[in-house]
Each structure stands twice: as structure tokens, then as C-alpha cells.
Design a protein around this ligand. Structure first.
Ligand SMILES: Cc1ncc(C[n+]2csc(CCOP(=O)(O)OP(=O)(O)O)c2C)c(N)n1
Ligand code: SF4
Ligand SMILES: [Mg+2]
Length: 425
């Protein structure tokens, strides 16, 4: 299979076990007491668009959902929709999951977490009611990036790390399209790291799914920017000395307007997070813990398997108290630190637990850093959401404003305007 670079990218053979040592090593945690610093409030920029000032939110503090301010422009939060199940291409009136499957052989290894993500997406699609011909999946390079082949929509299997750049161009020229980006931890955070952060800060109205398996799967198991310190792979035979990226705090740091996390082994939660990402009118960043059973098997089992999941995870819900471990434990805020409290002894109650507010960037920053602390559960759900005009919306407003003032432009006149000169030998 040739990738967009014209190089042959080998898809690992089904069931073939590599000889590299399995993971299962714990990430090296930073010393206790290392806490995140909170961002200064009221730091939002303002931008003039053709003489018009777009309204910006104040300090990212607006609560989400019904409590939040909606974008105002012509494209604000708009997703192309038809009545549910209308194909628009001669398809049957009611679409099903099967209508979104292609005739391509799925070439992931048996047991790969990518299958569950694909199935969940295909199940969700009919419910979204977006015509197939208005839906585009854009990917980079990696096992995860084979996703567009398997979705019966438009798709672009593009260049390594460049899916955000290509999706940006697509949305700028065709804001009416519903664009999903599928990328891996290598694709998005190594070669594509720069493109990712600019997509997020610009708030391009797309959904970005980052399949995080903490490894380069396609190229047979080299360490990635999310691999834990000490990770032994073919490219790090004595253990990685790199400090890893945590995708959620990274996205928050890039001022993403929707940041969430889910896992391949919880299809219900995954579907709910995809649905929420889709309904967001801006760049929606969703990290998905994905098991690569060939090169990094069990990287997330502590959070995904039945015997440990309740104790090691917490599911964030807007307006609800932070309770986990089947109601036995909760989280309270002690100064700027989160503290796990035992709700079974009578000393503490649910009323002592922190109420989650997905509109608070301060809370999102604190909770997203819980991954660093061993004694705290790993959070899943929507960390943060705010309404901010999308890039396409601002661009459209600017074009309309300038056109109203100066009339429709002419490319040939523009090219021949101003100073022109001849270069003579
Ligand atoms: C310019 C370029 N550099 C390197 C590669 C080799 N390469 C292909 S996929 C990949 C990493 C994929 O890892 P990830 O994004 O985590 O995807 P996964 O396979 O784990 O889903 C690399 C380094 C390439 N195809 N093109
Ligand atoms: S991510 Fe891992 S398990 Fe999945 S197809 Fe790639 S190598 Fe195979
Ligand atoms: Mg990967």
C-alpha cells in the first residue's frame, strides 16, 4: 500500500507478534508537588474583520451548553444537515450503519482497537443526519489514518502530519462540508504537532479524533511522543528518555474550544463523545485511548478493564459532582489541588465533592493534569467547552465586509495593480 508520500507503508500482518518487549511499564511520574500553573484571566485577543469586530468571550469563563453564549455569525456552529437518514444521493430514506461501510478489506490487525472506533462512528453517522456527500474524513499517515478508506463518505488519506492543514484549506473553501480529521499520536504530535496546534487556536470547525495508542503502529512499534518515559522499543532499546506529551493539556494550551477524552473499549461513552464533538461549533478535539494489541498491548488496560476501571477512572459530567469508584470515592478541591476522598466512612459526603463545570478553563487545566498523579483517577469526558467564532465564520464576515465596502474583487486587476517591474538581464 503506497502512502501519500509515494512510500510503501507496511500494515502489520494479522496475528504476527513482534519480538520487541511488551509494554506494561508504568510511566515515570514527576515528583509530587509539581502542580500546573493557572492561566491569567481575560487573555483573549480581539480581531478586526473588515471593519467589524467579532464578539469574543471573556476569559474563557463562559459555561458550556445551554448556559454558554452562542456564536453569532452566519456559519456559527452550523453543520450541514438534512432530515435524519436522507441520503441525498439516491440512497434509501433511512440510512443505517451499513450504508457507511465500504467494500474495502479492513487491514488492521485482528483485535486492534481501531475496529471499535470505526464501528462506533458508522453507528453514529445515520443519527447525525448529514448527507454522505457533505461528509469528509481527512487523515494523515498511520494505521489510524486508514480510516477514510472504510467510511462510505468522501475522504482524503493525505500526507503525514498534514491532515489539519488540508482540513483547514477544505473548510476555508467549503465551509458547508462536515469535516472529520482522523490522526494518530505520531501523526498528530510528532510530524504534525505544529499543524495541530494552529488548527485548534484558529478554531476551525472540524472534529479531530486522535487515536492514541502511545506507539507508532504502522511502522512497527517505534516510540511516539505519548510513549511513557522508560519505554523500550526498537528505536529506544534502552528505554525512552523523552518526557511525553499529554494530548489533553496540550489541546487546552493551544486554546481549543472543545477538549474531550474517551476510550475504544467503552463504545457507549465513545459515541456520546463523538456526538458532542460533532455538535460543537468549532474545533472539537477528542483523544481516544486505543489499544494496539500488536506493539503496545494493554497500555490502557488499567482504565479500560472491568476489574480496575471503576477505581482508576472518573467520568466528568457538567454540573455533576466528581464521584468515582461506584460512589465510594470523590474528588474535592483543596486549594489548587485535587484530593481523593473516601465517601464510605462518613467523614465526607457527595456534597464535599467538586461540581464539574466544563466551561471553566481553570478546572479543565487542573483536572487534565491528574494524569501525572498516581493516586488520582484518570478523567474521561468533556474537559472544556466554550463558544468562540470559528475561523471560517470570521473569514466569511471579513470577506463580506470588504466586498460591501470595495465591491467584488478582480484577480487580474489585483495582480497588475500597484508597483510592477520588469527584470532585465
Ligand atoms: C514524511 C514521513 N515520515 C515518516 C513516515 C513513516 N511513518 C508512517 S506512519 C508513522 C507513524 C504513525 O504513528 P501514529 O500516527 O501513532 O499512527 P498509528 O499507526 O499508531 O495509528 C511514521 C513515522 C512517513 N510515512 N512519512
Ligand atoms: S494500531 Fe497496532 S494493532 Fe492496530 S493495525 Fe496498527 S499495528 Fe495493528
Ligand atoms: Mg500511534
Amino acid at each position: 500500500m503506497n502512502n501519500a508520500n509515494g512510500k510503501s507503508d507496511h500494515v502489520p500482518l494479522a496475528g504476527k507478534k513482534p519480538t520487541i518487549p511488551a509494554s506494561g511499564k508504568k510511566p515515570v511520574m514527576p515528583p509530587k508537588g509539581k502542580k500546573p500553573t493557572l492561566p491569567a484571566a481575560g487573555k483573549k485577543p480581539s480581531l478586526a474583520t473588515g471593519g467589524k469586530k467579532p464578539v469574543m468571550p471573556s476569559g474563557g469563563k463562559k459555561p458550556a451548553g445551554a448556559l454558554g453564549r452562542k456564536p453569532t455569525g452566519p456559519l456559527a456552529g452550523k453543520k450541514p444537515t438534512l432530515p435524519a437518514g436522507t441520503g441525498g444521493d439516491g440512497a434509501p430514506a433511512t440510512l443505517t450503519r451499513k450504508d457507511f461501510a465500504t467494500d474495502q478489506d479492513v487491514r488492521w490487525c485482528p483485535g486492534c482497537g481501531d475496529y471499535a472506533i470505526l464501528a462506533t462512528m458508522q453507528r453514529l453517522m445515520p443519527e447525525l443526519g448529514v448527507p454522505k456527500e457533505k461528509t469528509v474524513f481527512v487523515s494523515g499517515i498511520g494505521c489510524s489514518s486508514r480510516f477514510p478508506y472504510y467510511m462510505n463518505t468522501y475522504g482524503l488519506h493525505s500526507i503525514h502530519g498534514r491532515a489539519p492543514a488540508i482540513a483547514t484549506g477544505l473548510k476555508a473553501s467549503r465551509p458547508d462540508l462536515d469535516v472529520w480529521i482522523v490522526t494518530g499520536d505520531g501523526d498528530a504530535l510528532s510530524i504534525g504537532g505544529n499543524h495541530l496546534i494552529h488548527l485548534l487556536r484558529r478554531n476551525i470547525n472540524v472534529q479531530l479524533l486522535l487515536f492514541n495508542n502511545q506507539i507508532y503502529g504502522l511502522t512497527k512499534g517505534q516510540y511516539s511522543p505519548t510513549s511513557e518515559q522508560g519505554k523500550v522499543t526498537k528505536s529506544t532499546p534502552y528505554g525512552s528518555v523523552d518526557h511525553p506529551f499529554y494530548p489533553v493539556p496540550l489541546a487546552l494550551g493551544a486554546d481549543a474550544t472543545f477538549v474531550a477524552r474517551t476510550m475504544d473499549r467503552d463504545p457507549k461513552h465513545m459515541q456520546a463523545m463523538m456526538r458532542r464533538a460533532h455538535s460543537h461549533g468549532g474545533a472539537a478535539f477528542l483523544e481516544i485511548y486505543q489499544n494496539c494489541n500488536i506493539f503496545n498491548d494493554g497500555a490502557f488496560f488499567e482504565f479500560t478493564e472491568r476489574n480496575t476501571k471503576a477505581h482508576s477512572t472518573i467520568f466528568l459530567e457538567h454540573g455533576k459532582p466528581l464521584v468515582y469508584d461506584n460512589g465510594q470515592r470523590g474528588l474535592r478541591l483543596n486549594g489548587f489541588e485535587l484530593e481523593s476522598i473516601d465517601l464510605s466512612t462518613g467523614k465526607w459526603s457527595v456534597d464535599d465533592c467538586l461540581l464539574y463545570n466544563e466551561g471553566s478553563i481553570e478546572l479543565a487545566n487542573i483536572v487534565s493534569r491528574m494524569s501525572w498523579q498516581e493516586d488520582l483517577p484518570r478523567p474521561f469526558g468533556v474537559f472544556f467547552r466554550e463558544d468562540r467564532p470559528s475561523y471560517e465564520e470570521l473569514m466569511q464576515e471579513q470577506i463580506e465586509g470588504i466586498t460591501a465596502k470595495r465591491g467584488k474583487g478582480d484577480l487580474s486587476n489585483l495582480l497588475n495593480a500597484g508597483d510592477t517591474w520588469m527584470i532585465e538581464n
